[in-house]
Design a protein around this ligand. Structure first.
Ligand SMILES: *Cc1c(COP(=O)(O)O)cnc(C)c1O
Length: 368
């Protein structure tokens, strides 16, 4: 049996008529760059995130970068985040001229450890970017308390957490802004690139809206030096259709995770993902941890089970950040996890037969 890591085709086929009609509408209206289909999606995405405003942009990376720029963060400033994330979180900080400062993660949730934040704050610190990794939100109450006490902005990297909750509050609704990616493989994925910033702050909404479109307040009148970060009309139309299905898809991911849990629990060599008491996890990634990771992945692959690693190298040890002279051992939890993670196949359309096959192959390798 072959079990793909992800099956975008299965999802497309399940909503093909709606998607094809939505694309045809955009073609008929030739509303390609920004425009009414983006606005209509934004109107639905903001309440989904329990926020007042949503601004569609062309990627999650742009969402993070524009949030930082809109908050006035730049050269000489420091922004605190975690090393076990996709590099975009750190890139956005670097690309506005600021310096990323890392703190280690909590070993249960794989998210920012709030107990380590205060020691990382200096007179230059301007913001904290917690990353809601794998679909589970970071522990936001202590993070917000520290941010308020030190007058720091909070930008949520919610690129893996569409619809995730913290004590009933949706990802993206707690910080100054929340940043989403609609990269095709995300829980809510475009058929191309896309992203969004959500916020409850009307000034930030206005500013980010202008920044994504060359800083213009109206056509050819430019208030700020912005950039082209517009979301395409086609993606807006597709995302609006897909957003309606997201609650059922997230529920299916949670059900799949439960079955994995059930079939894999009690095996001492495997560390399973843990859902914190405060969280509703949306399982963008179902990551287990094992000691002999590379051998396990190889054997799974040979048996048709296609896995991923999110991520094999923490950001502080990437070649791109060598100039900052980080050393192995500086963020021991993130480094240990990076060596042990395996992301098992996870998507809404994954079925029980496939999940049980994956766990059988895994158990057979572990137990022999
Ligand atoms: C996907 C992702 C991003 C970047 O999103 P793009 O749309 O690919 O630019 C940023 N942060 C995290 C945690 C992500 O998973």
């Amino acid at each position: 049996m072959q079990v793909p890591f992800l099956d975008l085709k299965a999802q497309y086929l399940s909503i093909k008529d709606e998607i094809d009609a939505a694309i045809q509408n955009v073609l008929n209206d030739t509303a390609f760059a920004g425009g009414p289909y983006v606005a209509a999606f934004e109107k639905d995405f903001a309440p989904f995130c329990q926020t007042q405003y949503a601004i569609g942009v062309n990627s999650g990376t742009s969402a993070l970068w524009l949030s930082l720029i809109a908050l006035g963060i730049g050269p000489g400033d420091e922004v605190i985040t975690v090393p076990n994330t996709f590099i975009a979180t750190a890139e956005a900080i670097s690309y506005c001229g600021a310096t990323p400062v890392f703190v280690d993660i909590d070993e249960k949730t794989y998210n920012m450890n709030p107990a380590l934040i205060e020691a990382a704050i200096t007179s230059k610190t301007k913001a904290i970017i917690p990353v809601h990794l794998f679909g589970q939100m970071a522990d936001m109450d202590p993070i917000m308390d520290i941010a308020r006490a030190h007058q720091l902005y909070v930008i949520e990297d919610a690129c893996q957490a569409h619809g995730a909750e913290y004590k009933g509050r949706r990802a993206g609704s707690i910080g100054d802004t929340g940043c989403f990616s609609f990269y095709p493989g995300k829980n809510l994925g475009a058929y191309g690139e896309g992203g969004a910033v959500v916020t409850n702050n009307p000034e930030l909404d206005q500013k980010i809206r202008m920044l994504r479109d060359h800083g213009q307040s109206k056509k050819y009148y430019h208030t700020y030096i912005g950039w082209n970060c517009r979301l395409e009309g086609m993606q807006g139309a597709i995302l609006k259709v897909k957003l309606k299905h997201l609650p059922e898809w997230n529920a299916a991911r949670r059900k799949n995770a439960q079955l994995y849990h059930q079939l894999l629990q009690g095996i001492s060599q495997i560390i399973l993902p843990q859902e914190a008491d405060y969280a509703a996890h949306v399982y963008h990634v179902y990551a287990i941890r094992v000691k002999n990771r590379d051998a396990v992945i190889k054997s799974l692959g040979e048996n048709g089970v296609n896995c991923g690693i999110h991520y094999p190298v923490p950001v502080h040890l990437q070649a791109a950040y060598r100039f900052m002279n980080f050393k192995p051992g500086q963020f021991p939890v993130a480094e240990k996890c990076a060596e042990e993670y395996i992301s098992l196949p996870m998507f809404a359309e994954l079925n029980e037969t496939q999940i049980s096959y994956c766990t059988q192959v895994l158990k057979k390798f572990i137990e022999t």
